[in-house]
Design a protein. Structure first.
Length: 335
């Protein structure tokens, strides 16, 4: 599938059609979430067949409503189609409201920890390595108020945003800029590291793992989440969408999606996949080889998740491996 993707980006489609088409294609993922029992190769083929028919019979792909909204809306008149900024994530987080940022994140993390029997009670210092908006740094502090929490990210926009949000709610988290590939901390500085969806976006996952190992205290623990599902349909869908949206600025896509009625969390989730420059994915055997090379002593795969998470769906409906492959690569790792 990947070798044909140039064809998608060269199609004669308007930017609005590109955004709506990418979202229609990505709907297969939600479809897999909603009806996990019935997702089969035949159904997926039917889905893409129907989409192809829409292409040939109606080049607007249902976007007429969006087009008229845009025509009326002055807020889009100054939209620049010229450049995609490098600020993929900070642009996405800025639209989170308090419920999404504070309440939903805390609930999500608590459910994930409980489902996988993880307790962070005993830890006294935590590094959120690649904290982004800082939403998990804040949630971790709330879960264990006795633990000092440091949020670190390479993006100063993200760090400033996290600082503002934490301050506004009076949550004590220290934020600083820096790279997870060259952590600005002494050896054995933390007893807990939270690395959630970060290292697969860097130039070297293994260098990041070596750094985490270096700054962890002996016996310390690490929550590690890397992209999984290598080779599964999910990533083919992502690559299709990326090819279709290649020349459409992120800001434009976000605005259209908001206008269509997507909530902030879903815009974040999709645009993350659509726009982030690097997103390597792994098989379980590849993760364990990297952990071994990075000198960790023990680890186990975290197999449960919240209801809509890949791993939870796979746990309950193994036939969804067509879409999700081996699932996400979440591990509890010890030095
Ligand atoms: C998908 S976001 C995850 C953010 C956060 N962990 C979460 O789960 O909400 C990836 C984050 O990694 C950060 N990042 C990418 N490369 C980095 C690096 N070398 N050092 C530190 N942060 C990095 C990005 O700026 C972004 O905030």
């Amino acid at each position: 599938m990947h070798s044909d993707l140039a064809f998608l980006s060269s199609l004669e489609l308007s930017d609005i059609d590109r955004v709506t088409t990418a979202n229609l294609i990505f709907d297969v993922v939600d479809w897999g979430h909603l009806q996990p029992r019935s997702l089969t190769v035949g159904e997926v083929n039917d889905y893409f067949g129907n989409l192809a028919e829409k292409y040939s019979s109606n080049d607007d792909i249902g976007s007429q409503g969006v087009r008229s909204v845009l025509a009326e809306s002055p807020r889009y008149s100054a939209l620049s189609l010229a450049s995609v900024t490098g600020k993929v994530y900070s642009d996405l987080w800025s639209s989170f409201d308090d419920v999404e940022y504070f309440d939903k994140t805390l609930e999500l993390l608590q459910t994930r920890f409980t489902a996988n029997a993880i307790s962070i009670e005993k830890f006294s210092s935590c590094l959120d390595a690649g904290c982004g908006s800082g939403r998990y740094s804040v949630a971790l502090k709330k879960m264990n108020p006795h633990m000092s929490v440091t949020g670190l990210d390479v993006s100063s926009d993200a760090i400033n945003f996290g600082r503002q949000m934490a301050k506004r709610k009076g949550v004590e988290v220290s934020f600083q800029t820096g790279s997870v590939l060259d952590l600005p901390f002494e050896d054995e500085s933390f007893d807990f590291v939270f690395s959630n969806g970060v290292l697969h976006h860097t130039s070297s996952t293994e260098q990041g793992l070596r750094e985490i190992n270096r700054i962890l205290k002996p016996g310390g623990g690490c929550w590690l989440y890397l992209y999984g599902g290598k080779g599964a349909l999910f990533w083919d869908i992502v690559e299709c969408c990326r090819a279709i949206l290649r020349d459409v600025p992120q800001e434009y896509t976000q605005n259209i999606m908001a206008e269509i009625g997507f909530e902030a969390g879903k815009i974040f989730h999709r645009c993350d996949f659509f726009y982030v420059p690097t997103n390597r994915r792994y098989l379980e055997s590849e993760v364990t080889a990297m952990l071994e090379n990075s000198k960790f002593s023990r680890w186990h795969r975290l197999e449960r998740d919240v209801g809509h998470g890949w791993d939870e769906i796979l746990w309950n409906h193994p036939n969804t491996s067509l879409l999700f492959g081996e699932g996400e690569m979440k591990f509890w790792v010890q030095k």
